[in-house]
Design a protein around this ligand. Structure first.
Ligand SMILES: [Zn+2]
Length: 54
């Protein structure tokens, strides 16, 4: 398995996976991590993912 959050796979996604994190509202960051919020899958940034999972 390749590193889906680093390097080439990122560049192949639209806008290089950059955007606004729905959780922390920051813009211009990589939003590549899957997080389940209330049963719904969302993409959040690295920091939010780290916060969510202990
Ligand atoms: Zn975030």
């Amino acid at each position: 398995m390749s590193k889906a959050h680093r390097g080439k796979p990122l560049r192949e996604t639209p806008n290089s996976s950059r955007g606004s994190c729905p959780s922390c509202k920051r813009t211009g960051i990589k939003v590549v991590y899957d997080l389940e919020v209330a049963g719904a899958k969302t993409k959040v940034c690295k920091q939010c993912k780290a916060k969510a999972k202990t």
